[in-house]
Design a protein around this ligand. Sequence first.
Ligand code: ASP
Length: 344
Amino acid sequence: MRKFLVLLLVLPFLTFSCEQQETNVVAADKKERPEYAMVIHGGAGTILKANMSEEKDAEYRKALSDALEIGENILKNGGSSIDAVQKTINFMENSPLFNAGKGAVFTNAGINEMDASIMYGKDQNAGAIGGVTNIKNPINAARAVMEKSEHVMLSGKGAEEFAKVQGLEIVDPSYFRTENRLKALERAKAKEMELGLEIQDLNGDYKYGTVGAVALDKDGNLCAGTSTGGMTNKRYNRIGDAPIIGAGTFADNASCGVSSTGHGEFFIRYTVARDIAAMMEYKGVSLEEAGNYIINEKLVEKGGSGGVVALDKDGNISMPFNSEGMYRGYVKPNENVVKIYKNE
Ligand code: ASP
C-alpha cells in the first residue's frame, strides 16, 4: 500500500519528465531540419562556359530559378513534396531548353519517346512510364501510375492509353519537335556514318538534358521525380534509367531522395540512386559522402558519366556530377542557389 502511494506521488513527475524529453527531441529535429527544401537538375554533360553564349547562360539560369520558385511556393505554403516535384518538373517539361516534354531528343526513327518516374519517400510508392509519344507531361502520367494504379511501370501504347483514361493532356507528337534537337539527330547520324557503327549519341554533343527534382515538405516527406526524352538517336524502343526506380529515381524517408542524369545504361547497371540511399541506410554514411563516392569514384571507374541531385531526410543537399557541368539548383528558406559549371 505504501509503495502504491509513493508511486502515485511520483507518477506525475515521471510523466512530466518524459514529456519534457519528447519535446526536446522534436525541438532538436526542427532546429536541424529546414522547414522545407528542394533540389533540381536540368541535365549533366559537356556543358562548358567557353561554349556557352551569355544569353544562353542567362536563359538557363532563369529557367532553373523559375522552376525552383514554383516548387518553393508550394512547399512554403505547406504543400506536399509530390506536388512540388510534379509542378516543378512540369515547368521544365514545358520549356524547350531541357530534354523532357517539349524539347525531348529524337530517336533514330525521328520521333520523341519519353520516360519518367516519381517516388514518394513516406510509403515508397512509385510510378513510372517508358517510351511514350503523346503525353504532354510524362511526369503526370508517372504520378497517375503511382496513385491510381496497382502497377509501378507502364510502357508504350499501354501507358498512353492509361494516361488518356486518367484524363491527362494528350498532344499530337509534333508538339515535342524542336529544331535544335532535330539538328542534334542529324549530327548523330552523320557521326554514325563516319564511324560506321550504331551510336546512341548524347544529344549530339554529349549533353544530357533530363530534368529532375527532389523535395522535402513541412511534414518531413521526401519525393523524387525524373523526366526525359532519353538519348539522341536511340533505337529499338530503348528505355533509359529515368523511369527505373533505384536507377534514375529513388526516395525513402529513412534516408534520402535522388534524381539522376547521365548515360542511363550505367545508372541502371549500377543502381545509382538506390546505392546512394543504401549507403546512408545501412552504413550511416552522410549524403555528401555517399553521393561523391557513387558518382565520382564508382561511376568514374566504370566509365559512366553524369550526376545526381539528392536531398536527405534532414534537408542536406548534394549535387555531385562527373561531367563538365550540370544544370542544377536548390532552395531552402532564405537560400537559393543556381549553378551550371563546376563551381558557378
Ligand atoms: N539518363 C537519361 C537516359 O539515359 C539521359 C539524360 O540524363 O539526359 O535516358
